[in-house]
Design a protein around this ligand. Structure first.
Ligand code: SAH
Length: 214
């Protein structure tokens, strides 16, 4: 897979679209200028890689819409050097955006096939992050607590164990809902036993499944 002026031009067009749709953070938009999304997709989709579309990535899963990735990243309010746990590596595209934001990134995927594929691409693109194969519900206790946690699949509820692995003052961005649609929530852990919850509208994700590692 190669990058080219053509794809760079398509990325600039996408940034314009994301900005028109309401993404304000220049830092987030800059990341979309740098990361070659077509590397994360099947060759046949390369020409559409910079449209605001979700694609199949294998194992019945999808890469999120660029707008959704930008929106969740913006909600996280990332500062350089923060440690971030992502649940649902999928293609690895969101992971690479988090790396571009300057975070120390940890990501978990329950499908081995996707985990290995993402590992290859991210290594090829020279992103230094830690990808784990396993059940995201368990988090990564040995690297906790995290400054931020991002869930990129639809969770029925806030996973208690993940909340435990969030720092006090930390933020979790999570789509909640069991059906086809979820409500995007930003949860701030204000003290060891208290959270503040903000709502950010309806999105569509594949489900976050517990104990289904394969
Ligand atoms: N961030 C991804 C989105 C992929 S879709 C991207 O940018 O491409 C969500 C992913 O979450 C799927 O790959 C799915 O397999 C994974 N997933 C669902 N439940 C999970 C769980 N309990 N633990 C880890 N990954 C999970």
């Amino acid at each position: 897979m190669q990058d080219s002026y053509k794809y760079q031009g398509m990325r600039r067009q996408l940034i314009k679209e994301l900005s028109e749709k309401g993404i304000k953070s220049q830092q987030v938009l800059m990341c979309f200028e740098v990361v070659p999304r077509h590397f994360f997709l099947d060759n046949v989709f390369a020409e559409q890689a910079y449209s605001n579309i979700a694609f199949q990535i294998g194992a019945g899963q999808t890469i999120s819409h660029p707008y959704t990735v930008a929106f969740q990243t913006e909600l996280l309010n990332i500062k350089k050097g923060e440690s971030i746990l992502e649940i649902g590596t999928g293609s690895g595209f969101q992971t690479s955006i988090l790396c571009e934001m300057g975070a120390k990134v940890f990501s978990i995927e329950r499908h081995k096939e996707l985990h290995l594929k993402a590992k290859n691409i991210l290594r090829h693109l020279k992103y230094n992050c830690r990808l784990s194969f396993g059940d995201g519900y368990k988090g990564l206790p040995s690297f906790a607590p995290f400054d931020k946690i991002i869930i990129t699949c639809g969770a029925p509820d806030v996973p208690e164990e993940l909340l435990n692995q969030l720092k006090v003052g930390g933020v979790m961005v999570i789509p909640i809902g069991e059906g086809e649609e979820q409500l995007m929530k930003r949860i701030t852990k204000v003290s060891e036993h208290e959270v503040e919850i903000e709502d950010f509208g309806v999105f569509k994700f594949v489900p976050m499944l517990e104990n289904k590692v394969k």
